[in-house]
Ligand binder design. Structure first.
Ligand code: PBG
Length: 325
């Protein structure tokens, strides 16, 4: 059979690595990464997280060391999660001036003043029941929790944090925190809102890492239903209106459509959270030799960029920065 005369030949643009570099639409760099760090006030030696190979809980005494390592690899930012000595029913240790996160912020900033320190701002690590706020019966009392979020954000700001990242999916959390920060004189402390956060099974390993699993029930009355996409746009736009400086979609991999939709809906910088369960799946398959870890990780993170993320929170950050070097 004769071939058609005119064949469109997209392969011409793939014929050499040099041309592929020229036409590449999306890139991944250490600049895009935010490294999550777990700081445990109750330990003196790093403690591995079994379901997240390569991830440890750090004692306060080692925060400076890991911060320097992150900065030397060219990663501009970290997000801190705390495991406190004491928990109670409202999460008081979340807003104590000498609590684990304020101390970790101070350690981080004294080790490397130029690094961007973000603090996860929530209560599931600080409450005895593991829910993300104050309970009213068996559900979380939204407005009582907002008052505590204000105290928590101001405590982190006083310790020197650059950005607070409320992750509890309380209604009005961004406006409440913005008002409290401004009132206390912290007009330059930013808010990265976990604006679109789904009630996801992909957080399983994190709850071991941060000791934050709910002791009863689940988070479906405050985190989003995985079935919903329009609702994500509503959440994102509300947080933008309330004064968020940056927005986040979480989890990442199973929500690329949501990420792309939010990208279209806002001009704010947008983050994707490559969560603990996504990390654990890649690590487990790689340990068995079933996938090429490096290629799968780079492809995954590139997909977040392609879908519209400006930045990625990922436990792979240190490896990725080394691979890209
Ligand atoms: C706290 C919080 C969680 C994660 C980030 N912040 C846990 C949760 O909502 O249960 C999950 C991060 C991950 O899985 O990597 N609210």
């Amino acid at each position: 059979m004769p071939l058609p005369k005119l064949i469109a030949r997209p392969r011409r643009n793939r014929k050499s690595e040099a041309i592929r570099r020229l036409v590449r639409e999306t890139t991944l760099a250490p600049d895009d990464l935010i490294y999550p760090i777990f700081v445990d006030e109750t330990i003196t030696e790093p403690k591995p997280v079994p379901s997240m190979p390569g991830v440890v809980r750090h004692p306060l005494s080692e925060v400076g060391k890991i911060i320097k390592e992150v900065w030397c690899l060219g990663i501009p930012a970290v997000i801190l999660f705390g495991i406190p000595k004491h928990k109670d029913d409202v999460g008081t240790s979340g807003w104590e001036a000498e609590g684990v996160i304020p101390r970790a912020i101070a350690e981080a900033k004294s080790a490397e003043p130029n690094i961007c320190v973000i603090a996860d701002t929530c209560f599931c690590e600080y409450t005895s029941h593991g829910h993300c706020g104050v309970l009213a019966g068996s559900t979380v009392d939204n407005d009582a929790t907002l008052e505590n979020l204000q105290k928590e954000a101001v405590a982190y700001a006083a310790a020197g944090v650059d950005i607070v990242a409320p992750s509890g999916m309380m209604d009005g959390m961004v406006a409440a925190i913005r008002a409290a920060l401004d009132h206390a004189g912290f007009t330059q402390v930013g808010i990265l809102s976990y604006a679109v956060k789904y009630a996801s099974a992909f957080y399983g390993p994190f709850r071991d890492a941060a000791d934050s699993a709910p002791s009863f029930g689940d988070r479906t009355s405050y985190q989003m239903d995985p079935a919903n996409r329009r609702e994500a746009l509503r959440e994102a736009l509300l947080d933008e209106t309330e004064g968020a400086d940056m927005l986040m979609v979480k989890p990442g991999l199973a929500y690329l459509d949501v990420l792309a939709a939010v990208r279209e809906a806002t001009h704010l910088p947008l983050a994707a959270y490559n969560v603990s369960g996504e990390y654990a799946m890649i690590k487990a398959a790689a340990e068995r030799g079933w996938i090429d870890e490096r290629r799968v990780v780079l492809e995954t993170l590139l997909a977040f960029k392609r879908a519209g993320a400006d930045m990625i929170l990922t436990y792979h950050a240190l490896d990725v920065a080394r691979w890209l070097a």
